[in-house]
Design a binder for this molecule. Structure first.
Ligand SMILES: Cc1cc2nc3c(=O)[nH]c(=O)nc-3n(C[C@H](O)[C@H](O)[C@H](O)COP(=O)(O)OP(=O)(O)OC[C@H]3O[C@@H](n4cnc5c(N)ncnc54)[C@H](O)[C@@H]3O)c2cc1C
Length: 508
């Protein structure tokens, strides 16, 4: 280990972000001369919502040695094959954004191009019929593809729903077993080194103080270190993402848990429905310019499928990102680095992405600015890509039944999204830029699902013989359906593999 090596990492905050960071650093960094400390305040607590994820979390769990069944049992977890969107394009419409690809590409032409071509010639079922995850979700089925599973099962892609608080506690146990020291206490002051502008230590309410070489700010929305101490600045995106409040409430089950999230558009926002093993997670995300907290709570409670299990919790936020995620010797992760609303379940992924990039650009005590600048550039790209995809859902609507939707439909969008929409509208093309999180099938699902149909398709898609195409598409469609029909139900799969020790899957 060189003289400049980081010897002590101090993580501030024990929410999902803090414990994900602790678990990753304790399992992936050389620990021979490195201490990892985490400070959290029981009095302040965590955000306590955040239940849906996206498929890359599988890789994170694998990387830090988490057994999938064990963690699902510990966090009341279920499987997620995508998101069902209700009333987004127009009231009365629904579509599915599945994980994984649509159909099979052929001779370098993407499947959706053939689908667009056929759509002009004859009525076609929803493109979801050509998605392994989409069809399995529709039938309420689930299985894990094995390495040698025959096609099309390997196309099944999945993520998880879980209680984020329990996931955090699971990672805490794992981290503490690997030597991470947890300090309970409220930070009341932060000391800076006058010369370098770097953080030296944090002072606790009980008078103690803890120093560190590298500080990870996981203190939630307030950004205790990155903003309150270092003034990194916040880029406000609320003109594109006007929802700034949420109210959340758990409820009993009206039926066995389905393997997908549901998002239902409401007059001034949208409502989530996330099935866990022991309860349903529900929440309404809304814009306070169009709906009061009392109206929001009433609307949420009126739209539950079964009895509420706790009083509703209200939260406020501003969509946006910290201008610099890494400043001096502080790297912000989680809510302290920014928040793009939970419509596509991306927050926990942004934590994962920040951790992975920090490991790839891990500093030493000299804090070479090129590493910091590269990290900040990459995190800006990731946040902006997610932002554009979320804005798409609001912009691509035909709803005109409320001031909120009229605003969203007519708003200007970022140039990067406008360019993407132009390319799509002309010939159905989507290009994934750099390390963009959402791939072509995600954009296709949302665009077609919300009724944005391109005028034409790529010329190469027209080259294939019509009859051959019709037959090939029908064969593919049937193979997805037959494969899904052979899977166990989602509830059966959970009961057999990863049921929580308490609260079995019994609908109310
Ligand atoms: C309405 C809503 C819905 C969401 N849904 C999803 C979802 O479906 N999927 C998803 O991926 N994400 C979702 N998220 C985001 C997700 O909840 C968070 O990204 C995730 O939980 C990480 O939070 P965090 O750890 O950054 O912050 P927090 O949970 O707020 O944790 C902050 C920590 O900092 C500590 N702290 C703060 N100040 C001090 C102090 N002075 N001294 C000591 N400790 C301190 C607190 O005690 C706490 O431990 C949602 C968020 C919201 C608001």
């Amino acid at each position: 280990m060189n003289d400049h090596a980081i010897r002590r990492i101090l993580i501030v905050g024990g929410g999902t972000a803090g414990w994900m960071a602790a678990a990753a650093f304790s399992s992936l960094l050389d620990r021979r001369d490195l201490e990892i400390l985490l400070v959290e305040s029981d009095e302040i607590g965590t955000v306590g919502v955040g239940e849906a994820t996206i498929p890359p979390l599988q890789a994170f769990n694998h990387m830090i040695g988490v057994d999938e069944d064990e963690f699902l049992a510990a966090s009341q977890g279920t499987f997620k094959l995508g998101i069902e969107f209700v009333d987004w394009g127009a009231t009365g419409e629904r579509y599915f954004h599945p994980f994984g690809p649509h159909g099979q590409d052929y001779r370098g032409v993407q499947f959706h191009q053939f689908y667009l071509r056929e759509l002009k010639r004859r009525p076609l079922p929803d493109i979801r019929e050509w998605s392994m995850s989409g069809v399995a979700a529709e039938l309420g089925r689930f299985t894990r593809p094995a390495l040698n599973s025959p096609m099309p099962l390997p196309q099944l892609s999945y993520a998880f729903h879980f209680d984020a608080g329990l996931y955090g506690q699971f990672l805490r146990r794992q981290s503490e077993a690997r030597g991470v020291k947890r300090i309970e206490g409220k930070i009341v002051d932060v000391t800076l080194d006058g010369e370098s502008g770097h953080l030296r230590s944090v002072k606790l309410a009980d008078g103690g103080s803890v120093d560190g070489d590298l500080f990870i700010d996981c203190s939630g929305f307030r950004g205790l270190l990155i903003e309150e101490k270092l003034g990194a600045g916040y880029e406000d995106w609320s003109h594109w993402l006007p929802c700034d409040r949420a109210v959340a409430v758990p409820s009993r089950f009206a039926r066995p848990p389905e393997p997908f999230t549901r998002s239902t558009a409401r007059a001034a926002g949208w409502q989530w429905r996330i099935p866990l093993q022991h309860r349903m997670g529900n929440g309404l995300v809304y814009s306070s310019a169009y709906l009061s907290p009392e109206q929001a709570e009433e609307l949420l409670l009126a739209n539950l499928e079964a009895e509420a299990l706790a009083p509703p919790r209200h939260l406020s936020f501003t969509a946006g990102r910290r201008r610099v995620a890494w400043s001096a010797n502080v790297v912000s992760l989680g809510l302290s680095s920014g928040f793009v609303e939970p419509l596509e379940s991306t927050s926990i992924h942004l934590v994962q992405s920040g951790i992975a990039k920090l490991l790839a650009l891990f500093p030493d005590k000299r804090f070479n600015p090129v590493e910091r600048d590269e990290y900040n550039r990459q995190m800006q790209d990731v946040f902006e890509d997610v932002r554009d995809f979320i804005i798409l859902h609001y912009k691509a609507t035909r709803r005109d039944d409320s001031d909120f939707w009229n605003y969203c439909r007519n708003m200007e969008v970022p140039d990067s999204l406008a360019a993407k929409l132009d390319l799509w509208r002309a010939k159905g093309r989507i290009f994934r830029q750099g390390c963009e999180l959402f791939a072509t099938p995600s954009w296709v699902a949302v665009l077609l699902g919300q009724g944005v149909v391109p005028e034409e398709q790529e010329p190469a898609a027209n080259a294939m013989d019509s009859e051959l195409m019709t037959n090939a598409m029908e064969q593919m469609r049937l193979s997805y359906r037959r494969t899904a029909e052979q899977m166990p139900s989602h509830a059966e799969f959970i009961t057999k593999n990863c049921a929580a020790k308490t609260d079995p899957l019994v609908p109310a």
